[in-house]
Design a protein around this ligand. Structure first.
Ligand code: GLN
Length: 547
């Protein structure tokens, strides 16, 4: 029987609810409990797969092929628990399920209403797999008071009411703004936010208050009094230098103790925080720095490449160096020489992406890395660009390109070295897709196996020859050019089990040049850096020592 923690937010958005939830998950694990984290998002999009990364940040992909919110990435990075399709839901998905059931006649012609039909659908979602873990942590996206959020708040109220007494608690995140003129932290917005929550029947058990100053005793007592919690349940959440400090910082502030107290778990098992102490030590006691250029398109919004930035940090932790990332817009050198922009970096990474814009710049970045022998990691589109570059410059396919760009333009301009895949094997069945299928559903998504060539660089990096990594793409490198490219030193060192789909390419005569069709960044954790990122940063560190 799981215990449930519902996490809500008030006052303003972007308070770090996802991080607080993830850190709480990590702390409960440190005390020996099993956890699962879940996100309920009030927006109406059916899934985040087609949402712009500019607006919504990265799309995080799970092993079972769901395109989810980037918060699930935080959850995985902090707990190591692989997220599933059933760990993220939006209002859009809930309504679409309800309407589908209505069309099928499942409700026997009854009038369909928010209460009970929508709220029941939400409650069913919350309880999926409840017997598998000790704690289920459910974060409600948005801020209390949002119109879209109401069915979710109502559903968790009913849910807690229907469970046994003490099986569910509510944690609420707010902001204590600092007013410089009076030199005070203000508690009124928090009081109002809690009042708003209480007006819809939810009383918080634990309050997490973001503030950039410590909370003085007087303010803490005031919040406790007005918000009907104990003083110990008012947890300060100061700004942190690194997100990976969060579990230790929240533990110092007493978050896990307050949560266990709220459930009446006493005596509470002692925490073992060795994992997080080691993580903090690696971050704060790094020696030296490597500079990595990420050449991409969505460079305005770092959240669009969240997992890559985190995985690079983890790679730095593995090597005890700081990784300084610079985001470079590939469009700047689409026509010209990338050298003035890329010289001085110890490694270059070209991340995933969609559409043609910026791709000529990415191809030039790959060429620069290959010919100048700078470590290169190409992820998904970044691998495709590396192969196109090699096709153009090593085997003379001058007009090599990707079918993706021709599809976008509506006419043929390139020789497709990267083509649109319409049928492939997943496990022991075949998946077929038409170009006309729904935008959200036409990709090779989720975990797929790859076999690595014995003696290859990647086999050495992974320390094994069968791997499983997450995918999210429509186009594939064509094996038609394999032999010619391999003769020139671009080896297809990772292949799908049926030998048809290139998963990894590497340049043999190069210190470190690897392109992967999948997204290794999604599986990296601070306490278990992904081998590709750890070794990529190691190679960058080696170069940095030479210059
Ligand atoms: N646009 C490319 C494809 O669909 C690459 C996708 C990606 O980088 N995630 O194959």
């Amino acid at each position: 029987m799981a215990r449930f923690v519902f996490i809500t937010g008030g006052v303003v958005s972007s308070l770090g609810k996802g991080l607080a939830s993830a850190a709480l998950g990590a702390l409960l694990q440190a005390r020996g409990f099993s956890v699962r984290l879940r996100k309920l998002d009030p927006y109406l999009n059916v899934d985040p797969g087609t949402m712009s990364p500019f607006e919504h940040g990265e799309v995080f992909v799970t092993d079972d092929g769901a395109e989810t919110d980037l918060d699930l990435g935080h959850y995985e990075r902090f707990t190591g628990v692989a997220a599933r399709k059933t760990d993220s839901v939006s209002s859009g998905r809930i309504y679409s399920n309800v309407l589908e059931k209505e069309r099928r006649g499942d409700y026997l012609g009854k009038t369909i209403q928010v209460i009970p039909h929508v709220t029941n659908e939400i409650k069913n979602f919350i309880s999926i797999g409840e017997d598998e873990v000790d704690f289920m942590l459910c974060e409600i996206g948005g801020t209390v008071g949002d119109i879209e959020g109401l069915p979710f708040f109502e559903a968790i109220r009913q849910f807690a009411q229907e469970k046994e007494r003490g099986q569910c608690i509510f944690m609420h995140l707010t902001l204590l703004p600092w007013i410089a003129a009076s030199g005070e932290l203000k508690t009124k917005p928090t009081q109002h936010s809690v009042k708003e929550l209480r007006s819809i029947g939810l009383a918080p058990d634990v309050l997490v208050c973001r503030s950039d100053k410590p909370i003085p005793e007087k303010e803490r007592a005031k919040i406790a009094l007005f918000c009907n919690v104990r003083k110990e349940d008012v947890i300060a959440a100061p700004d942190l230098k690194s997100i990976y400090e969060a579990p230790l910082a929240y533990h110092r502030e007493g978050l896990d103790q307050a949560v266990l107290d709220a459930f009446g778990i006493s005596p509470a098992p002692k925490p073992n925080l060795a994992r997080w102490e080691d993580v903090a030590d690696r971050i704060f006691n790094a020696e030296g720095e490597v500079k990595v250029a990420i050449v991409g398109k969505y460079t305005q919004l770092e959240d669009a490449y969240k997992s890559i930035a985190e995985a690079l940090t983890h790679g730095g932790m593995a090597n005890r160096v700081r990784v300084k990332v610079e985001w470079i817009d590939a469009e700047i050198f689409e026509q010209g020489d990338p050298a003035p922009y890329l010289e001085g970096f110890h490694a270059i990474l070209v991340p995933g992406g969609f559409g043609e814009r910026g791709t000529e710049g990415k191809i030039r970045a790959a060429e620069f890395a290959r010919t100048r022998k700078i470590p290169y990691l190409g992820i998904c589109l970044g691998m495709q660009m590396a192969v196109i570059e090699a096709a153009r410059n090593l085997i003379g396919v001058k007009d090599a390109g990707s079918e993706e760009f021709d599809h976008e333009a509506g006419h043929k301009r390139f020789t497709p070295v990267v083509y649109h895949l319409k049928e492939w094997v997943q496990g022991n069945h075949t998946v077929a897709r038409k170009v006309s299928d729904d935008k959200g559903g036409t990709m090779r998504l989720g975990a797929y196996t790859a076999n690595l060539a014995k003696g290859s660089k990647v086999a050495e990096v992974y320390g094994e020859t069968v791997i499983e990594e997450r995918h999210r793409h429509r186009y594939e490198v064509d094996i038609a050019y394999r032999e010619k490219l391999e003769e020139k030193g671009l080896c297809f060192s990772g292949m799908s089990p049926d030998g048809r789909l290139p998963e990894i390419v590497e340049v043999t005569d190069h210190p470190w040049f690897i392109g992967v069709q999948f997204h290794p960044e999604l599986k990296s954790k601070p306490f278990a850096p992904h081998p590709l990122f750890a070794d990529f940063v190691r190679a960058a560190k080696e170069i940095s020592r030479l210059v």
